[in-house]
Design a protein around this ligand. Structure first.
Ligand code: XIL
Length: 415
């Protein structure tokens, strides 16, 4: 996936809140973002409680959460989630931007926050082709690094990062997106320089650094038959070689018409049959048109907006809101049916304002893919997901720990 979209929606959100603070009135920006940001006092049942008997429910933390620039978002995290993932702050380029020079301030805060609040803390991600600085793959002469050099860098990175959070980060996305759509290994610099055993070795190094941590292979579109078949082959091989793999992360970047519930069901079953834990690791549902997809790209926005690729700047029309709610309810009902296998469902972002889908695959759009809207308000999809929970559980507090107290009131770190 593209690495060029970093932080742009976040930047916009920060500017918007800063301007609100200064002027006290809404400023230019997506119409969907205007109006007061929702306060932290929360009346609704926490998601983590609603699914306490089934799986953990998580969201991502970004730098605005870490540095206290988005306290309302942090309040949502504390109230609803018992698992957290780092959206960008543990990726290689963030944590080791220069050789051997580690930037642990934001990750330390992230991990402490999760541990102090009894949450399951996820590490994302160790070995990926994206958001990895170019120096990692370069030799001294500007040529590609040798196999030995790259292996040494991989090992020292994994040792440093996994070792630092040993016993506190519960599970790591050890390798991310290693397959192509046809199920063969992705032609990444990792594969080209090291060869296919880079995957096995990454797991081995991670296991050495924290023998207690769960270790995952994470990828998108595993619902596509060819890619899924490749992933099944890969997991089988790794298991046959005795690689300490615990689970498979299905990213869950869904669309309104893809994947089908049947495909999702078969995908979960395929990995469960291999003895894997399955996690939905980056859940969102894209409501915007994609280039080259379907006839409904011509859908017009509620105020006669002619921007065919960005039709919901002013908000989501009720019909789409209801369709999104149904889609979410269907997925959660399915995930619940697999509750012994699915151990966690994590949303990629907290509110719609946070979502990377505002900038991918088209920059600067207004998307609505999550359960909390641009101002942090609960959407019909939130209520639908709660209704999909066990009836008796939906009003319970639940979760790994009592998170109602001071989770988000701790003094924020200053940058
Ligand atoms: C995304 C982030 O959300 C963006 O802020 C960043 O610009 C690009 O990466 N699959 C993954 C995630 O594994 O790490 C990606 O996160 C989304 C796709």
């Amino acid at each position: 996936m593209s690495e060029t979209m970093r932080m742009t929606s976040r930047g916009r959100a920060v500017l918007l809140s800063a301007a609100l603070a200064l002027t006290g009135s809404p400023v230019a920006g997506p119409a969907a973002a205007q109006g007061p940001v929702r306060d932290v006092a929360r009346a609704e049942a926490p998601l983590r409680g609603a699914f306490a008997g089934d799986f953990r429910v998580g969201g991502t933390l970004n730098l605005d959460h870490v540095y206290g620039r988005d306290l309302a978002g942090r309040a949502l995290v504390a109230h609803h989630f018992n698992a957290i993932s780092p959206e960008n702050l543990l990726k290689w380029e963030a944590v080791e931007p220069q050789p051997g020079r580690f930037a642990f301030e934001a990750p330390d805060w992230y991990v402490n926050y999760g541990v102090e609040n009894g949450m399951w803390v996820v590490g994302h991600t160790l070995v990926w082709h994206s958001q990895t600085p170019p120096w990692v793959f370069m030799g001294p002469d500007g040529q590609p690094a040798s196999r030995d050099t790259l292996l040494a860098r991989m090992r020292s990175h994994i040792r440093a990062v996994v070792g630092r959070y040993r016993g506190r980060i519960g599970g790591w996305d050890v390798v991310n997106e290693v397959l192509d759509e046809d199920g063969t290994l992705r032609q990444s610099p990792w594969l080209r320089i090291i060869g296919p055993d880079y995957i096995r070795l990454a797991f081995q190094y991670a296991h050495e650094a924290d023998p207690g941590a769960e270790l995952y292979y994470n990828d998108y579109s595993l619902e596509m038959p060819a890619k899924r078949a490749g992933a099944v082959r890969l997991v089988r091989e790794l298991k046959a070689q005795g690689v300490p793999i615990t689970g498979v992360g299905l990213q869950g970047h869904h669309k309104m018409d893809w994947p089908t519930l049947e495909a999702e069901d078969s995908t979960i079953n395929a990995f469960a049959a291999l003895g894997m834990k399955v996690m939905i690791t980056e859940l969102d549902i894209d409501v915007l048109p994609r280039q080259g997809f379907g006839a409904d790209v011509a859908a017009r926005g509620p105020q006669g907006c002619d921007c065919r690729m960005n039709p919901y700047v002013a908000g989501l029309p009720d019909s789409v809101q209801q369709a999104l709610a149904k889609r979410y309810a269907d997925f959660f009902a399915l995930y619940r049916r697999h509750h012994g296998v699915i151990t966690r469902v994590t949303f990629w972002g907290v509110t719609d304002r946070d979502s990377w889908l505002n900038d991918w695959p088209v920059r600067g759009r207004t998307n609505h893919p999550l359960l909390f809207g641009w101002r942090g308000e609960t959407k019909p999809a939130f209520d639908a997901v709660l209704r999909a929970a066990r009836p008796a559980a939906s009003s319970a507090g639940g979760g790994d720990a009592d998170l109602r107290s001071s989770a988000w009131t701790a003094a924020p770190l200053q940058q």
